[in-house]
Design a binder for this molecule. Structure first.
Ligand code: ATP
Ligand code: MG
Length: 212
């Protein structure tokens, strides 16, 4: 049995067509189920549903052989033992710095100044500002990140942007782009080498599905 870890929402919705193209039917109505272990049309493949940021953890410990996780999640996850065989090209977005429209960002972020940034992505935010020689204080929030600069928790945010609609609706403007993100198929290194004949063909079918 191969176990593939997925998060509900866009990763689940965008992975299903890739699985279908790889010859694995998944009943779409299953997405509405509360079950956390889901069968697929392939009796040797099951899906498990976990929080997006937990996908690398399940795969790292071998509780799942494979997983689908955004580059954002993978950069933030410090664990080892993960192999990234395929960029699935789904869940595309970018990691950006944003701040309120009226905020004089360029002045506030120069060396010597001390900006406060709210984000779910502590590592990414710290590394981005450190790599560009600017000091910031990073405050961890777990959601509704766009609110932070509106009520004085922070001057700006580091978060994912796709269409920019959430930023716009909250009066925020994108100031810097940090990297482009898409979801990757990840594999447990030990599973992949010990059960290569079982897991390898599925990985290859998914890679071919992406190229179509
Ligand atoms: P949770 O909602 O459980 O806090 P999450 O916000 O990380 O977790 P999703 O919103 O489902 O979960 O996002 C899952 C992944 O999809 C992210 O890790 C990222 O790679 C990608 N993603 C996030 N926002 C967008 C977006 N607006 N457009 C496209 N892809 C996105
Ligand atoms: Mg979300």
């Amino acid at each position: 049995m191969i176990t593939l870890a997925l998060s509900k929402g866009r990763i689940f919705d965008e992975t299903l067509p890739l699985l279908a193209a790889a010859g694995i039917a998944v009943d779409a109505s299953i997405g509405a189920s509360r079950k956390l272990i889901l069968p697929t049309g392939d009796p040797d493949l099951r899906l498990i549903i976990v929080r997006a940021s937990d996908v690398p953890t399940y795969v790292q410990y071998g509780a799942a052989d494979l997983g689908v996780a955004g580059k954002d999640v993978l950069l933030e996850h410090s664990g080892e033992g993960l192999y990234q065989p395929v960029d699935l090209g789904i869940a595309r977005c970018r990691m950006s710095v944003a701040a309120p429209a009226g905020f004089r960002y360029a002045e506030a972020v120069r060396p010597g100044a001390r900006l406060r940034i709210a984000t779910k992505y502590l590592q990414v935010a710290r590394e981005h500002f450190a790599a560009t020689g600017r000091q910031v204080e990073v405050v961890k929030v777990n959601g509704s990140v766009e609110l932070a600069p509106l009520v004085g928790l922070a001057h700006g945010i580091v978060d994912l942007v796709a269409t920019g609609r959430t930023l716009r609706e909250n009066g925020l403007v994108e100031r810097e782009q940090i990297f482009d993100s898409s979801a990757r198929l990840i594999a447990n290194r030990a599973s992949l080498s010990l059960r290569a004949d079982e897991i390898g063909p599925l990985v290859e079918r998914m890679a071919r599905a992406v190229d179509r």
